[in-house]
Each structure stands twice: as C-alpha cells, then as structure tokens.
Design a protein around this ligand. Structure first.
Ligand code: PMP
Length: 453
C-alpha cells in the first residue's frame, strides 16, 4: 500500500534552483510556440493566468520552458502547499505507481483510502465520531456534502453567501455568486439554492460579526425558512470572492443557529484548508466545529483529491452505494495526501504559514501606508490579499489590479487576482518558499507600486 517514505526531507527541492532568474522576455519563445499550439488545440474557455508554460517546479520556484525561474506566489491556486515536488510526496507517489495505479475503491478497496480518511477524521475540527468520503475535485466534494446534508435532513434548500465560490459543476455554479466568468451563458442552474449577505469588513463599514450574521440569518429565515433548509455552506475565508475574512463572531453565530435549527453547517475549506491560513483549518481560529468540512487543493501536494469529512451520524445517512465515483480516492492521490500531511506535520508548516503572514503583511502594509490606491491589506497565514481602489475611495480598481499583476508576471513573479470586482491581488505562496524569495517577490511589487502612474 501507500506507506509514506521516511526519507529525510528539506523544505526546498534540491533540483529546482531557488532563485528568480529571467533569461528571456516573458513569455519566451518556447512558451509562445506552445501558446500558439494551445490556441489551436485547447478549448478557448480554458484560459491561463500567464502565457508561460511550466517545465519544473519546487520550493518557491516555477521554471518555465525557456529556462526562466519564476517566484511562485500562487501554488497553482493554493494546491502545492507543501511545494510542487515535495520529496515525501514524490517518493510516496513513485512507490504507489509501481504497485498499482487503480483498482477502484468501490471494487477492491485499498488501505491508503482508509488511512487518508483516518487522518482527516483526526485533523479536522471537533473530537466527535467522524466519517470521510473521498472525491476528485473541490466542486465534486461540495456537491457530495450537499447530497449528504439532504439525505440526513430530508430537506432540500441550501443557503450560500454573497461573493461565494464553490465550483463550476451545475450545482456548484448555482452556489457560486459571480456571473462572469463562472456562470455566464451556462444556465439553467440547480434550484433550491439561496444567497445570504456576508460579513465583508472592508465594504460593510466594519459591521460587527454577530450583527452581520443575524442579518444573514434573518434573510434565510424570511426567504427560505429554517425547516426547509438542509445546509448552510460557507467558506470561512472566501477565496475567489476576494479573500474576505468575515468579522469575528460571524461564523460562530451562523454555526450556532444551524445547530439550533437542525441545519447542517458545511465549511468549504477547499482553499483555506491544510495549514494555508496558519491553522490546520480556517475554522480552527474561532473554534468553530462544522458538521461537515469539505477539503481539496492542498490535501495531496498537487494530485487530484478532495474529501467530505463530518459527523458520523450525518455522513452515514446516505445509503450504501449512494456516494462514490470511479476515481474518488485514487491510490496515487491517497499516497500523496498521506505524504503531504506527514510533511505539514514534520516540517512545522502551520507555523511556517504564520511566519509568512508576518513577513508579507509587514511588507504590504508599508506599501499601503504610502499608496492611497491600496484600500485594504488582509489575510491569514499564506493567504494574503491586497484590495485595490481608486485612490482614497473604496471604488474598486480592477484596471490597476490587472496592470500590477501583468507587471509582476513580466518580472518573473507569479501572482493571481480575485474578487467579485476583480480588484484583489492575492498571494498564496507554497509553504516551502524561503523568506529570501518572498522578499525578492515583494521587492518587485514594491517597485511596481513606486512606478510613475
Ligand atoms: N470551493 C472553493 C472555496 C474553492 O476555492 C474552489 C476552487 N477554487 C472550489 C470549491 C472548487 O474546487 P475545484 O476547482 O477543485 O473543483
């Protein structure tokens, strides 16, 4: 099976040089050639953040096909938390791939799946009896969490929030807030999905978290009715919506209301899970214990895996054969997950995320202090955002956001954007990045904000 390696490891990968290096313009000639092939072979709807093709990656660097070494502040959208070629993950997958690639857990099961379930039951918030089911993508896991909640409650309605992102499948498109680019032209969407107002401290005048939660609960009670509601699904810190951290008290108030009304409280920790926010899970910070927690992305060091973990009596409500899928909990992905979890524990990566937070917030707040176009600097752990506005106002500035990201890309720093208004720069470095590389990337951002406008 999928025993993880005991080989000694280091935070950074030896084979990938840990230094920013530009040997061509960005994109270089080889990336341009590949982009031309992409445009004639790959569906236009599958867009890329950068017109640059990867050759190798590890530590805090992505090496492109032209030999440029880019500083990675994206982790493939919060996936390669332990690094893109973490030694334990690489070794565990190599061992597993040589043993067997697939049997289907629903046909002849294997230990790795069970071991991942045990690890998730141990690590996720709460010490109640838990069960886990494994899937492939974040969206697939969110869908299954809703299936489980409906099966348990016998109710149908699902409440989600403004600015939410839960995926691109039909149900999760309905649950996702933003039309462009996620939903436009792709309807009709699944029914029985209702949206409640969020706590968004930068844009709601710093409304108290409990007050904001009561406002959301009022909308749900008036427009849906608690007895019709199977689940509330919420990202404890919103990802694609703009790295929005609700004010203190918001999450616990919603969770308590759910418990009092027999509603399943589902935390979508697809983006925030696995040490990303400086805790194992973002819910940990306020001691919120979700009934079900959905995880993916950082769970398996880059291999496709997702999970729903939760209270045994809720998870076991679905009938035998009601949950599953051909590839869910693939043995390679399970081997990778066990190795990624071992890496987070052995390398102290939860603390590493907190150290990255301190370093990044300090540097970014210095930019904020001198530049009125920086409306807000926020985030936890290695999930940090800068919300850009028209100088001195709160009017979103997506043009500047795009321009800053493009300038960073040209200078060999991978940054991503997000936000309902497209005006948030977001930073999701792998926890395997060095302080030195973080400073190199922040120096680049410094000079971009200094540049004449
Ligand atoms: N939920 C959240 C909070 C996410 O951030 C994402 C991905 N960005 C998803 C769900 C969907 O995950 P996937 O792309 O793996 O389907």
């Amino acid at each position: 099976m999928t025993a993880t390696t005991t080989k000694p490891t280091t935070l950074t990968t030896q084979e990938v040089p840990q230094r920013r290096l530009l040997v061509t313009e960005i994109p270089g000639p080889e990336s341009r050639r590949l982009m031309a092939r992409k445009s004639t072979a790959v569906a236009a709807g599958v867009a890329t953040t950068m017109p640059v093709f990867a050759a190798r990656a590890g530590g805090g660097i992505v090496v492109d096909v032209d030999g440029n070494q880019l500083v990675d502040l994206g982790s493939g959208i919060a996936v390669t938390t332990v690094g893109a070629s973490a030694p334990r993950v690489v070794a565990a997958v190599q061992e597993q791939v040589a043993a067997f690639t697939h049997t289907c857990f629903m046909v002849t099961p294997y230990e790795g799946y069970v071991a991942v379930a045990e690890a998730l039951n141990r690590l996720t918030p709460g010490d109640h009896a838990k069960r886990t089911a494994l899937f492939n993508s974040g969206a697939e896991a969110v869908e299954n969490a809703v299936k489980v909640a409906r099966s348990h409650t016998g109710r149908q309605a699902v409440a989600v929030f403004d600015h939410a992102y839960h995926g691109r499948t039909n149900l999760t498109m309905a649950m996702t807030a933003r039309n462009m680019p996620y939903k436009h032209g792709f309807g009709p969407f699944a029914s029985e999905v209702y949206r409640a107002p969020l706590s968004y401290p930068f844009r709601d005048g710093g409304t108290d978290g409990v007050v904001a939660a009561l406002r959301a609960i009022d909308v749900i009670e008036k427009q849906v009715g608690a007895t019709n509601l199977a689940a509330v699904v919420i990202e404890p810190i919103q990802g694609e919506g703009g790295f929005i951290e609700p004010a203190t008290g918001f999450l616990p108030t919603i969770a308590t209301w759910c418990r009092d009304n027999g509603v399943v409280f589902i935390a979508d920790e697809v983006q925030t899970g696995f040490a990303r926010t400086g805790d194992w899970f973002a819910c940990d910070r306020e001691g919120v214990v979700p009934d079900l927690i959905v995880t993916a992305k950082g769970i398996a060091g880059g291999l496709p895996l997702s999970a729903v973990t939760g209270r045994a009596e809720i998870m076991d409500a679905a009938h035998a054969g009601g949950l599953g899928g051909t590839y869910g909990g693939n043995p390679l992905a399970c081997a990778a997950a066990l190795a990624a979890i071992e890496t987070i524990e052995a390398e102290g990566l939860v603390q590493r995320a907190r150290d990255i937070e301190t370093l990044m917030l300090d540097r970014l707040r210095r930019i904020e202090a001198r530049d009125a176009r920086v409306g807000d600097v926020r985030g936890r752990g290695a999930m940090i955002a800068v919300e850009l506005v028209q100088a001195g106002t709160d009017v979103p500035n997506p043009e500047l956001t795009k321009a800053v990201a493009a300038a960073a890309h040209r200078q060999g720093v991978i940054v991503l954007t997000c936000g309902t208004y497209g005006n948030v720069l977001r930073f999701l470095p792998p926890l395997s990045i060095s302080d030195k590389l973080l400073h190199v990337a922040l120096d680049v951002l410094d000079t971009i904000f200094e540049a004449p406008r």
